[in-house]
Design a protein around this ligand. Structure first.
Ligand code: ADP
Ligand code: ASP
Ligand code: MG
Length: 409
C-alpha cells in the first residue's frame, strides 16, 4: 500500500465529464489499496475569468481581495470532485487550503507555503477517505486567504506530498509528460522518460509552465518522487524527475524553454565610469523590481549603453524609476521594449561539451535572428531575441540540437 498525491490541472477538471474521469482514475488507485490525496486546480479558464472580472471593477485589483476571489475557483472543483467520488461509492472529503491549514506568508498573489498541518488529512486517510484539497491557496498567520501564483496547484501537490512523506506525487495534465520543448510550438518535440531535477528546475524557471518552479524546488528540498503524466491517456509512465544523473552518455541539450514575460530597458549614453551600474540598478532594487539579464558595453567615447530585463508587468514602474536616474547620472535617454522573448537551451550534458554556445549562435544567425542579450550558467544558455522570431528560434534550435523526434519513432 502506498500513499499517493495526485494533482489534476485545469483542463483535466474542465467539465463535469472530466471530473468524473478523474474520480474514476482515483477510484482505480483506491481499489489497488493505495491511500490517495487529490489536489485540484480550478476548471480551465476560470482563474482568467475571475481576474478579468476583478479588473472590470479595479484596474489594479486589490491583492487581498483578488486572493479571496481567485481561491473560489478551486473551491468549486474540490466539492464537485468529492461528489463524483461519492457517486462512485467511495468515501471522500474536500478541504480548502485554509481548512487544511496550509499556512503561507502574507505575500498576496504570490505567497509561499510555510507549513502544512497534515494531521486531519492523515486521520481521514486512516478512516478510508480520499482527501481532496484545493490547490493554489493557503491562509496566512492572520487568517487572510492567500494564493501561490499562477500554476500554484503544482506546488500545493508537491508540498502536500512532502508533508505527508508520500511515496509519489503525480502531476496529471493535458500532455503525457515533460517534452524537449512545448509540443504546442514544436509538434516534433519528444517526450522524455526522465529528466534530472536540475534540468527541470532550469526549464521551469525559464518559462516551461508544465510545472510551477516552486513545485520543483519543493521536490528537490524534500526529495519528493515527482512524475508528470496525462490525465487523458490510460497508459504511460509519464516523465519522472530524477535526482541522480544517468551514468550513460547525456545528450548535450535536454530541452528548450521560452517566455514572453520580460521587457528590456536601455539607458543610453551613460558616462562610462565606476559605480554606474550601482547607480542604475540600486534604485531599481529599492523599488522592489527584480532584474534578470544585464548587458553593459565598454564605452569608446566615454559613454556606454546599459541594458537589463525585468518582468513585463514592471516595465512601466522601471521606466518611472529610470526617468529620475537619467538626470541624476546625466544619461542621454531611456527606452523600454516589451516586444522581446527569451529563448533558452538547457542540459546537464553541456558541462562536458564545448561549442554549445557557438552552435546556438550559428543556428540563430542562419535564420537571420539577431541576438540582443546573452546569459549563461553551467547548464543553460539564454538569449533575448525579437518577440516575433521566438517560435522560429525554438524550432531551429530544436532541430539543430537533434531533439526532433526521429521519423522512425
Ligand atoms: P495544467 O492546467 O494541467 O496545470 P498547464 O497548462 O499549466 O497544465 O501545463 C501543461 C502545458 O505546459 C502543456 O499543455 C504544454 O503546452 C506546456 N508546456 C510547456 N513546456 C512544456 C514541456 N517542455 N513539456 C510539456 N509541456 C510543456
Ligand atoms: N488555477 C490557478 C491558475 O490558473 C492555479 C493552477 O491551475 O495551478 O493559475
Ligand atoms: Mg499548470
Amino acid at each position: 500500500m502506498a500513499l499517493i498525491v495526485q494533482k489534476y490541472g485545469g483542463t483535466s477538471v474542465g467539465s463535469v465529464e472530466r471530473i468524473r474521469n478523474v474520480a474514476e482514475r482515483v477510484a482505480k488507485f483506491k481499489m489497488l489499496g493505495h491511500q490517495v490525496v487529490v489536489v485540484v486546480s480550478a476548471m480551465s479558464g476560470e482563474t482568467n475569468r475571475l481576474i478579468a472580472l476583478a479588473k472590470e471593477i479595479q484596474k489594479e485589483p486589490d491583492p487581498r481581495e483578488l486572493d479571496v476571489l481567485l481561491s473560489t475557483g478551486e473551491q468549486v472543483t474540490i466539492a464537485l470532485l468529492a461528489m463524483a467520488l461519492k457517486d462512485l461509492g467511495l468515501r471522500a472529503k474536500s478541504y480548502t487550503g485554509a481548512q487544511v491549514r496550509i499556512v503561507t506568508d502574507s505575500a498576496h498573489t504570490k505567497a509561499r507555503i510555510l507549513s502544512i498541518d497534515e494531521n486531519r488529512i492523515r486521520e481521514d486517510l486512516a478512516s478510508g477517505h480520499v482527501v481532496v484539497v484545493a490547490g493554489f491557496q493557503g491562509i496566512d498567520e492572520a487568517g487572510n486567504i492567500t494564493t501561490l501564483g499562477r500554476g500554484g496547484s503544482d506546488t500545493t501537490g508537491v508540498a502536500l506530498a512532502a508533508a505527508l512523506k508520500a511515496d509519489e506525487c503525480q502531476i496529471y495534465t493535458d500532455v503525457d509528460g515533460v517534452y524537449t520543448t512545448d509540443p504546442r510550438i514544436v509538434p516534433d518535440a519528444r517526450k522524455l522518460d526522465t529528466i534530472t531535477f536540475e534540468e527541470m528546475l532550469e526549464l521551469a524557471s525559464l518559462g516551461s509552465k508544465v510545472l510551477q518552479i516552486r513545485s520543483v524546488e519543493f521536490a528537490g528540498k524534500y526529495q519528493v518522487k515527482l512524475r508528470v503524466l496525462s490525465s487523458f491517456a490510460d497508459e504511460g509512465e509519464g516523465t519522472l524527475i530524477t535526482f541522480e544523473e544517468d551514468s550513460m552518455e547525456q545528450p548535450v541539450i535536454t530541452g528548450i524553454a521560452f517566455n514572453r514575460d520580460e521587457a528590456k530597458l536601455t539607458v543610453l549614453g551613460v558616462p562610462d565610469k565606476p559605480g554606474i551600474a550601482a547607480h542604475i540598478l540600486g534604485p531599481i532594487a529599492d523599488a522592489n523590481i527584480d532584474v534578470d539579464m544585464i548587458v553593459q558595453n565598454v564605452g569608446i567615447d566615454g559613454t556606454t549603453d546599459f541594458s537589463f530585463t525585468v518582468h513585463r508587468n514592471e516595465m512601466k514602474k522601471a521606466l518611472d524609476v529610470l526617468a529620475m536616474v537619467k538626470s541624476a547620472i546625466g544619461a542621454r535617454d531611456v527606452i523600454g521594449d516589451d516586444r522581446i522573448a527569451k529563448v533558452s537551451i538547457v542540459g546537464v550534458g553541456m558541462r562536458n561539451h564545448a561549442g554549445v554556445a557557438g552552435m546556438m549562435f550559428k543556428t540563430l544567425a542562419q535564420e537571420n535572428i539577431n541576438i540582443q542579450m546573452i546569459s549563461t550558467s553551467e547548464i543553460k544558455i539564454s538569449v533575448i531575441v525579437d518577440d516575433k522570431y521566438m517560435e522560429l528560434a525554438v524550432r531551429a534550435l530544436h532541430q539543430a540540437f537533434g531533439l526532433d523526434r526521429s521519423p522512425a519513432a
